[in-house]
Design a protein. Structure first.
Length: 394
């Protein structure tokens, strides 16, 4: 393959330096740790390897969400299996057994710092269904707000072929989308993404910087993954592209490098940085604006229109005078002014039946009216996109 055609050759040093410097203020970071790194060639979890990552995560300012593989490898060890099973139900059994050890290992390490961890197991269905997507998002946000570190893996027990993520690189990218991470860090057993598989080509060189969308990268990552890893670099590139869709950049680096997380977040040139071409919030708003069918319509009073348009605030029930259509919480609804013109659209936290009951009332009354609350806002500003250009200049 093209050993000396490093993709970074096409980017200027300034571009790369500026992008690295941009990592310094990262607030929300998803760290994915692959089986290749976390397990010792199939001999179960390398518990000693966990300690330095946990020490770094604890010392860092940003709230960290961990996506950890390793359940199948640990399950295989506990079952005395030497080779990875082919049958899905055997893999599922191994994962269910190994997940006990995986969760325990993370919990034990974080406990040294008096930090709580939370196990979160997700399937594809959880993130493609809007209601579950919002639930997962709210739970993860609540956990990080409480100072608890979520440790995520695929829910291998219930996942069938159709609802599997299939690899945790992809899962980590979707989690980065979900929590609107500033950065996705994929730790693996190589220094980063090379121009060819370094296991088979000693001339391959490290790509330190590229745009995730760079099609020149595709030919460089065709080699298979390791003994226990699933997709090699191919799925890591796909993950970086997925994360880039919501404006999140990705660093692929070796988990064996000293203080790797600290150094990435200090803007040091380490591993491969694959940047997104899009600004983060804009990317999410584009996704909201373009990708979901609307299920209902809310009529907003003039005051609500003003705070949405002029101050970019969340929509509260008190500003809604009419609810039309039948929708569930998590559905996309239109927000119109009293003249019927569309002002915005967004993912609503309440169903049409609930919204009808609380419309016109203050957030403090939601619990009394419904007997419960999901959120103080009808539509949170992060889930709301202004759609009418002329209305924006009201
Ligand atoms: N261009 C490349 N650069 C780096 N590694 C590559 C490349 N192509 C293939 N690989 C392989 O990908 C492996 C990492 O992927 P994988 O084993 O799936 O790791 P993980 O378990 O961390 O997800 C490396 O050990 C290497 O053999
Ligand atoms: N849920 C599986 C994930 C396997 C997986 O994606 O592995 P990897 O490619 O090493 O991140 C496990 O924990 O073993």
């Amino acid at each position: 393959m093209r050993p000396d055609s490093s993709a970074s050759a096409r980017y200027s040093v300034e571009q790369s330096r500026e992008a690295r410097a941009g990592l310094v203020g990262a607030q929300r970071v998803v760290v994915k740790i692959g089986s290749a790194l976390l397990t010792r060639d199939g001999a179960g979890l390398d518990r000693e390897a966990l300690a330095p990552w946990v020490d770094q995560m604890n010392a860092l300012d940003p709230s960290v969400v961990v996506v950890s593989s390793g359940s199948v490898a640990e399950g295989m060890l506990r079952l005395g299996w030497k080779t990875r099973p082919q049958q899905l139900h055997e893999l599922q059994a191994a994962a269910a057994i190994g997940q006990m050890g995986l969760a325990q290992a993370w919990e034990t390490e974080f406990k040294r710092h008096n930090r709580l961890t939370a196990q979160v197991l997700l399937t594809h269905d959880d993130l493609s269904n809007r209601r579950r997507y919002l639930n997962a998002r709210t739970t993860l946000r609540t956990l990080t707000r409480l100072g608890v570190t979520p440790v995520i893996n695929e829910n291998d027990t219930t996942a069938t072929d159709e609802i599997r993520f299939g690899d945790n690189d992809r899962l980590a990218a979707l989690v980065a989308n979900l929590v609107e991470a500033d950065l996705l860090i994929i730790l693996t057993d190589q220094l980063g993404m090379f121009t060819d598989n370094p296991n088979t080509n000693p001339n391959a060189s490290l790509i330190s910087f590229a745009h995730a969308s760079d099609t020149g990268l595709d030919a460089m990552v065709t080699g298979p993954g390791g003994l226990l890893g699933r997709g090699g670099m191919q799925t890591k590139l796909a993950a970086a592209r997925l994360a880039a869709r919501s404006g999140t950049s990705t660093v692929i680096a070796s988990g064996r490098v000293d203080r790797v997380l600290e150094r990435v977040l200090a803007g040091e040139e380490i591993g491969s940085l694959l940047v997104s071409d899009k600004e983060r919030l804009l990317a999410r708003k584009q996704w909201l604006a373009g990708h979901l069918q609307t299920r209902g319509k809310l009529t907003l009073d003039a005051g609500a229109v003003r705070v949405l348009v002029e101050q970019g605030r969340s929509l509260l029930a008190v500003g809604v005078s009419k609810v039309q259509g039948t929708f569930d919480s998590g559905d996309m609804v239109l927000c119109c002014n009293e003249q019927g013109a569309e002002i915005a659209r967004g993912l609503i936290n309440y169903s049409s039946a609930e919204a009808t009951k609380i419309a016109g009332h203050s957030s403090a009354k939601i619990a009394e009216l419904l007997g419960y609350t999901y959120a103080p806002e009808l539509i949170h500003r992060d889930n709301l996109v202004l759609t009418d250009i002329s209305a924006q200049t009201l």
